[in-house]
Design a protein around this ligand. Structure first.
Ligand SMILES: Cc1cc2nc3c(=O)[nH]c(=O)nc-3n(C[C@H](O)[C@H](O)[C@H](O)COP(=O)(O)OP(=O)(O)OC[C@H]3O[C@@H](n4cnc5c(N)ncnc54)[C@H](O)[C@@H]3O)c2cc1C
Length: 584
């Protein structure tokens, strides 16, 4: 009896690239496509919230623990198993935060959908990839992801009123920087999504156009820790939902791909093969640790910048199953110029715990009057109320003498019972009256860094990053200067960069890692082909594709999910021959 391949395609990873591929390929080959995702699926209300559960909510695999923060490693030793949402890694000079979940980064991202300026594609990109060439794919992606600006508010008493947006825009105008509301992938009701009507009242549930249940955004500010009311247009509400419900995409969560091996004509492993007979993907059941294999004619790597590059590096250099991959693998790593900072304790009411995470951006020489040495965006951010409480606890550090005086007075009042200051009302006022979050702002910046980092394997065979921070100093210095001016603008007491940036750690933190499997016109310039006829294919192999952030040959300056989605649509179009549309 002849043996045959199990699937037409296996997709590894379910972030923006993987979700597009899962949807488009399963539509082409219904019931013949599988998707492997190492993380879990999260149902309505399933994202952790208690301090204990949040401490467990990190990803720490058995093999590669060297680059996990020590506190995470210690917790893993105590708890035995950590397969949570946040994959946090600490490299020399740069830290990374990514996601492990069905839907990838869409479960914790800040929802912004932004096309970079055309000029970004004019330097170090393959000749046939431009913003114009990608325009139809951006359009489809924007419709599927439901990206629109936050709905207008009637005034300060309207629950849709987000205080910080106005302050950020006023600052941009004072600095003569262009500013705009960001398109965000958040559900405000079907009518608002398709432009046919006003937003649905906060908290009301509707079935979206793909048949998934969603809630009109409640403005809780919890976008970055997983939306428990399903108001984010995360990928499990659109691309992945349609693929599974309509085209029988076989989604296997808790399945971490560990090896890709080409097959020969008898479907035996053939490390010297070029993929023409298909591949075996070996994956590990995250719960049991047991390895399984699945065979397919095509494999699409969509495990994110770190995941895809690491898997290919290990297949080339540790397992020797994909030896033909270009020597450029791992090059052109970028943190997309990410820089996180805080303007603390100002005089304006910022109210940082309210509303969707990002609502606007100010353009510092990226779209307008491009200057590549200091091109970046300044975006506002909210954070969950739970974090607001934690920030309030920092208050005594900021006003130590006032707090000491308060404690002494409280002790005095306790000693003389019956005084009115012992009342619950007094306590509530003293505890809650100076909410630091109310008067402090998060400053999210990203821009055109030099994208000259390197992803490589360490001596244990797992991912490491060389990040040439110094070559990006002009960008970071410009970001810090603007952040300090913002702090003065709101009357803030202190500008505080992300603590990792300070001595002695001096690290950047990126939530937008890019590059490593760069798109290029030839294997001398990159890892993945941009040529028509082989879009998205790894040079040297047939039927082995990459579709995720690792494709970017440069920083984008803008938030990358829009471009990752558009490029994946562009690759899927050629793979399937089907013109993509937003109906899925
Ligand atoms: C806090 C935060 C806020 C952000 N805000 C924004 C924003 O507002 N706008 C924006 O554009 N971008 C934002 N981003 C970045 C955005 O989330 C990423 O750029 C995007 O998710 C990358 O998409 P991707 O397809 O490359 O990979 P990912 O979305 O990272 O998906 C990769 C998937 O592959 C899985 N995986 C990895 N290795 C394996 C393996 N071996 N086997 C099986 N599965 C595997 C992972 O678990 C993950 O689910 C944000 C990121 C963070 C962390």
């Amino acid at each position: 009896m002849g043996v045959s391949l199990e699937y037409e395609a296996v997709v590894i990873g379910s972030g923006f690239g993987g979700a597009v591929m899962g949807a488009r390929l399963s539509k082409k080959w219904p019931g013949r496509v599988a998707l492997l995702e190492r993380g879990k699926a999260y149902a309505l209300g399933a994202f952790p919230r208690s301090p204990h559960d949040m401490a467990d909510n990190v990803w720490c695999p058995d093999g590669d623990r060297m680059r996990r923060p020590r506190a995470v490693q210690r917790r893993k030793e105590r708890r035995g198993h950590l397969d949570g949402l946040f994959d946090i890694r600490h490299f020399d000079r740069i830290d990374t935060v990514t996601s492990a979940a069905l839907g990838g980064g869409s479960q914790i991202y800040a929802n912004v959908f932004l096309r970079p300026p055309a000029a970004v594609f004019e330097q170090n990109w393959p000749c046939n990839v431009s913003r114009d060439a990608l325009a139809p794919y951006y359009d489809v992606a924007q419709q599927v992801l439901g990206a629109r600006p936050v709905p207008p508010a009637e005034g300060p008493h309207d629950r849709r009123y987000i205080r910080r947006t106005g302050h950020f825009q006023a600052f941009a105008r004072a600095e003569r920087l262009p500013t705009a509301l960001a398109d965000i992938c958040v559900f405000f009701g079907n009518g608002y999504s398709d432009g046919s009507g006003p937003p649905t009242p906060l908290g009301v549930q509707e079935t979206n156009r793909y048949g998934a249940l969603q809630t009109s955004c409640t403005y809780c500010g919890e976008c970055d820790i997983g939306c428990n009311v399903q108001a984010k247009n995360s990928l499990d509400r659109n691309y992945l939902h349609a693929a599974q419900a309509r085209y029988r995409l076989a989604i296997r969560t808790g399945s971490e791909a560990v090896r890709i091996v080409p097959l020969d004509a008898q479907l035996q492993d053939d490390p010297d093969g070029d993929g023409r007979h298909g591949y075996r993907v070996v994956y590990r059941d995250v719960q049991s640790g047991v390895e399984h294999g699945v065979t397919a004619r095509r494999v699409v790597l969509a495990a994110g910048t770190l995941g895809s590059t690491e898997l290919l590096l290990r297949c080339r250099d540790v397992h020797a199953t994909l030896p033909r991959i270009s020597a450029c693998l791992g090059q052109r790593f970028s943190g997309n110029g990410d820089f996180l900072a805080f303007a603390l304790d100002g005089k304006r009411e910022i109210d940082s715990t309210y509303g969707p995470v990002i609502t606007q951006y100010a353009d510092h020489r990226l779209f307008d009057r491009l200057d590549r040495s200091q091109a970046f965006l300044l975006q506002d951010a909210s954070y969950p109320t739970q974090a607001g409480w934690a920030v309030a606890a920092v208050g005594p550090i900021m006003h130590p003498l006032a707090k000491l005086w308060q404690v002494l007075r409280y002790a005095f009042d306790r000693a003389y019972p019956g005084r009115k200051r012992n009342s619950a009302g007094y306590l509530m006022q003293k505890l809650f009256s100076h909410d630091v979050s109310r008067y402090s702002a998060v400053l999210l910046c990203m821009g055109l860094d030099t994208a000259d980092g390197t992803l490589r394997l360490n001596r244990h065979g797992y991912l490491d990053i060389d990040w040439p921070q110094d070559s990006n100093r002009p960008l970071y210095n410009a970001i810090v200067r603007l952040g300090k001016r913002f702090t003065r603008f709101i009357g803030g007491r202190r500008y505080l960069p992300m603590p990792n940036w300070l001595w002695p750690i001096n690290n950047n933190v990126t939530v937008h890692p890019l590059g490593g499997c760069a798109l290029a016109d030839s294997p001398q310039l990159g890892v993945v082909s941009a040529r028509d006829g082989s879009r998205g294919q790894v040079f040297g192999y047939q039927g082995l594709y990459v579709a995720d952030g690792s494709l970017m040959p440069t920083a984008l300056g803008a938030n990358p999910a829009a471009t990752i989605t558009a490029l994946s649509e562009w690759i899927a179009h050629e793979m399937t021959g089907n013109v993509p549309d937003a109906d899925l």
